[in-house]
Design a protein around this ligand. Sequence first.
Ligand SMILES: [Zn+2]
Length: 121
Amino acid sequence: MAATFRNSYADRSYNCRCCGQAAVFTALEQKHAFEVNKTHIHKQRFLCEPCWRAEHAVQEKLAAMAARWAQNQRELRGDLDFLGGWRALLSEHERYGARPDQARQAMLDKLIQALGAPGQA
Ligand SMILES: [Zn+2]
């Protein structure tokens, strides 16, 4: 039975893990995801379309911040706007069901605290 799975996509309904909205991962979208974008076949969709897009945008921002950090850590250590923004973005990412990046969150909390920011958690 499993032998034909690649050619037999079926609409799959689910509830968005973020907003709870009922959504459908259509057969056509699955075909596109798995055959055009080469998404891993076991990758399920957990978010509705708007949440997925929003999550994707957050992910891109996080990647950009991590890249900035990697290049300019010494200076950014003292940049409360950057640190606070990054920390808030990590929390936002979790709302979409992303696994929390606890090590990074702890690091940021510590840096923010060291800069004496009130009430950032
Ligand atoms: Zn949603």
